[in-house]
Design a protein around this ligand. Structure first.
Ligand code: P6P
Length: 339
């Protein structure tokens, strides 16, 4: 019987055998994983833990914060403050960056996270999750500032999420493929359950909030109309639709069996590029998708090449099975006015 590979062993081997990650990055990822275990325990308590419902406050996004949003944020901040591996953190739930307090040593990494994505699903017991992204502090940076976080997603050194669903599963990349770890609650550790995750290049499953159809741009409407036309239409095959309204859960399905996820720009707020946040939602998810052989586009270009200009800026997101994402991108190019 081969001993199961724990997250710790996986990371030690990435550090020692592959030389792929530093000791500090290994420590950072283990700390984040432990924080996700704590969040999972709070999420699983639900009403029994008095953690459901709203906190009565708003975040920088103008969204009503759920109690678990704040709990999850506090768990991640507290867990990562003292280890000496970070220079600062940034969170969907915090307006400004959170530099490591002077009483602790500072490290070379920057951690960004959406502590609990999919909050609208908390009270109805549908899967939610934590999304995280790791960058390096730019060379020569002394006093860490917001501008140090404003790096394109291709600069990430680690990215992942933890989905709190029927299983608690941590999904991670450090730049050489995607691995999935399932929480073994008896051992209290994450155990490697899939390595070398690969997304099928084609799919018959799309994820989009159909209630926004009247607001979509023409290329998005063209793509979805063709999917809805099914086998008798231009695609020559029937499509299925899923929309969990929890990006972590929708992306986990796509990493597991393929599909395309779309939260594109729409006409409701023309000046807003999209709903999802670039630094701590779209960038980490896009890197995971690309590392698993998929593609991630704004409709006009690679998400990982987008240069951020603000900590909480948003972006249009089209990601998943490579051939489908390329089709939607092509439809945008065909619709673009002649240069
Ligand atoms: P809508 C959750 O609030 C989130 O940020 C993503 O996790 C999810 O994909 C999306 O918003 C759902 O948005 O407009 O369908 O509620």
């Amino acid at each position: 019987m081969i001993a199961p590979v724990s997250l710790t062993r996986y990371l030690v081997e990435k550090q020692r055998v592959d030389g792929h990650i530093s000791a500090h990055l290994r420590l950072l990822l283990e700390v984040v994983a432990r924080a996700c275990k704590s969040i999972s325990l709070s999420v699983n308590k639900g009403a029994l833990g008095g953690v459901l419902g709203v906190a009565g406050t708003e975040n920088v996004q103008g969204e009503i914060q759920k109690k678990l949003d704040i709990i999850a944020n506090e768990v991640l901040v507290e867990a990562n403050e003292w280890g000496g591996h970070l220079a600062a953190m940034a969170s969907e739930e915090m307006t400004h960056i959170h530099p490591i307090p002077n009483r602790y040593p500072k490290g070379e990494y920057l951690l960004m996270f959406d502590p609990l994505d999919g909050s609208s699903n908390i009270d109805v017991n549908v899967s939610i999750g934590t999304i995280f992204s790791v960058l390096q502090l730019p060379e020569g940076a002394t006093d860490v500032a917001e501008k140090d976080f404003l790096q394109p997603g291709r600069n990430q050194v680690a990215a992942g999420y933890c989905v709190y669903g029927p299983q608690t599963t941590l999904v991670l990349t450090v730049g050489d493929g995607v691995a999935m770890f399932t929480l073994d609650r008896e051992r209290g550790s994450f155990v490697l359950t899939q390595d070398g995750v690969h997304i099928p290049e084609d799919t018959q499953e799309f994820a989009i909030n159909m209630s926004n159809m009247r607001h979509w741009d023409a290329p998005v409407k063209r793509y979805i109309d063709e999917c809805l036309a099914g086998a008798d239409g231009p695609r020559g095959k029937d499509f299925n639709m899923r929309w969990i309204a929890s990006m972590v859960a929708d992306v986990h399905r796509i990493l597991t069996r393929g599909g395309i996820f779309m939260y594109p720009w729409d006409q409701r707020e023309p000046k807003r590029p999209g709903k999802l946040r670039l630094l701590y939602e779209a960038s980490p998810m896009s890197w995971l998708i690309e590392q698993a052989g998929g593609a991630a586009s704004t409709g006009h270009g690679r998400i990982l090449d987008v240069q951020p200009h603000a900590l909480h800026e948003r972006v249009s997101v089209i990601l998943g099975s490579k051939n489908e994402v390329e089709r939607v991108t092509r439809y945008h190019q065909e619709a673009a006015p002649a240069a």
